[in-house]
Design a protein around this ligand. Structure first.
Ligand code: SAH
Length: 468
């Protein structure tokens, strides 16, 4: 190890930066996170540096660094991005016995600045001794994704509670208490109620542990309603991945793909409550019961639904079942298939001058084919994302045309949006039932009313121009 990592105390200290360009800016952004006083010397400072000076976040001196300037500083950064100027700064620092970093010059530097993952007060420094900055960036990106943004808040609140927690016997019990706070109670409270929820949750947990020594403190179950997105595992949110990482039980729909289920914790119990359009399915009441029962037994349940669980997902019934059972729950939003489908055809769901609103509608509901505000949907320029619409194609066509929609209204069917087997069928309202019939689709399909795939739409306009 050529470089030894330490964490420097910066409160009340002075850090000197020579330079006012990109390199200086990059270092200043990091340094401004500390409590050090920053003195910047630059003849031609970037606008941001002037602004920070005006905001009193640093003090700017508009001239070159000279001998006396570095006196008493904790650190000096040579960031002029000019060999001669940087060498001069390094000499001045060395003469005054102050550690100096020459930006992008490992050999001339007395110290180097690591890549930082900042969850203050938790700080992770990553260094590769200049060997592989790309690797450092990758490790940083990985950690940034893995560590919840709430980590810093939890650590701060935890720190303030340490004295109180001393009341618990040292050793396994107290460790267990903290472990549960950081792994479970804290993040969940933060997700549910934000910062304000953390302190009360910590207090409750402490009360539980002090009451019976934590020996019988029941592990509290929890249900996360997680949107799994349209199928591509890369379209999962980071929160969804984290929930899968820590799930005891995953209860999922038929449309959730195998690749996504693969991501669940290895020890998790996976339960398929798949609902086949008209085929066998688990009755909703049984699903509600299953979710609540597992959570009441103390499990961390992930209820995984395709797309976004708030869109045609019967979410409210399941939430009500949790509430009735006294089980805590959270919703993790996902990418709904309408978003994935328009992305695939290169279109927007809304567009200035075309449609200021978009309708998400279902082809059939519990009573059969679903009635809608057909007049509005049939109006020129209207856009709708139709879920569960395959079997309702003829019905939809009939209703829309009866209310005045043009037979040439563009319609696009996107089957298996975002998945490798994705299929895009550009058609018109007049040809919709035929198109769907001919294609013999067997995957989930979304019908986009009023939208044509971008390329086809462009070709059509060209043709129209030609024949105009
Ligand atoms: N909550 C889901 C919708 C559930 S209803 C969401 O937000 O996407 C089920 C319907 O969603 C299917 O009948 C189909 O219309 C649509 N759907 C789900 N996944 C799809 C996909 N990958 N491609 C196209 N449509 C999909």
């Amino acid at each position: 190890m050529q470089h030894f990592p330490i964490f420097l105390t910066t409160a009340g200290q002075r850090v000197v930066v020579s330079g006012g360009g990109a390199a200086a800016l990059a270092k200043l952004r990091l340094l401004m996170k500390t409590e050090a006083r920053l003195d910047v010397f630059a003849t031609d400072p970037a606008a941001e540096i002037r602004r920070w000076d005006a905001e009193d976040r640093l003090s700017l001196v508009e001239r070159d660094l000279i001998a006396g300037d570095v006196n008493g500083a904790l650190l000096v950064y040579a960031a002029d991005e000019d060999e001669v100027a940087d060498a001069r700064t390094a000499d001045l620092a060395r003469a005054a016995g102050i550690l100096c970093n020459v930006v992008d010059n490992l050999d001339a530097s007395a110290f180097i600045t690591p890549a930082i993952v900042d969850r203050d007060p938790v700080t992770i420094a990553i260094g590769t001794e200049g060997a592989a900055p790309v690797l450092a960036r990758r490790i940083k990106a990985d950690l940034e994704a893995r560590l919840p943004a709430s980590l810093g808040v939890l650590a701060r609140i935890g720190k303030a509670f340490r004295a109180t927690a001393e009341a618990l016997p040292a050793g396994r019990l107290r460790r267990g208490f903290w472990d549960r706070f950081y792994a479970e109670t804290g993040p969940r409270a933060y997700d549910r109620d934000g910062i304000d929820g953390v302190q009360p949750a910590l207090q409750d947990l402490f009360a539980e542990y002090s009451h019976d020594g934590g020996t019988t403190a029941p592990r509290k179950g929890h249900v996360a309603f997680v949107g799994a997105g349209p199928g591509d595992p890369e379209l999962l949110t980071l929160k969804a991945r984290k929930a899968l990482d820590s799930a005891d039980v995953v209860i999922h729909d038929r449309l959730v793909t195998a690749e996504i289920l693969e991501l669940a914790r290895r020890e998790a119990t996976i339960i398929d409550v798949g609902k086949e359009g008209f085929g066998p399915s688990t009755p909703q009441a049984d699903i509600d019961m299953l979710i609540a029962a597992h959570a009441r037994a103390g499990a961390h349940v992930v209820r995984l639904k395709s797309g976004d669980s708030t869109v045609f997902g019967r979410l409210d019934e399941e939430i009500e079942a949790c509430e009735a059972a006294g089980v805590a729950w959270t919703i993790v939003p996902g990418i709904t298939s309408a978003s994935a489908a328009v992305a695939s055809i290169g279109q927007s769901l809304t567009r200035r001058g075309r449609n200021g609103s978009v309708t998400f509608l279902t082809g059939h509901d519990i009573r059969g084919f679903a009635e809608q505000d057909w007049t509005r949907l049939a109006a020129p320029g209207s856009v709708a994302a139709i879920y569960m619409g395959k079997a309702a194609a003829r019905f939809l066509q009939g209703r829309l045309m009866m209310h005045g929609a043009g037979p040439q209204t563009p319609v696009t069917v996107v089957e298996n949006a975002s998945r490798p087997e994705e299929k895009i069928l550009g058609t018109t309202l007049a040809a919709l039932p035929q198109t769907i019939g001919d294609a013999a689709l067997d995957g989930p399909a979304l019908i986009l009313l009023g939208l044509a795939p971008r390329r086809a739409a462009a070709m059509l306009t060209d043709l129209e121009k030609e024949f105009a």
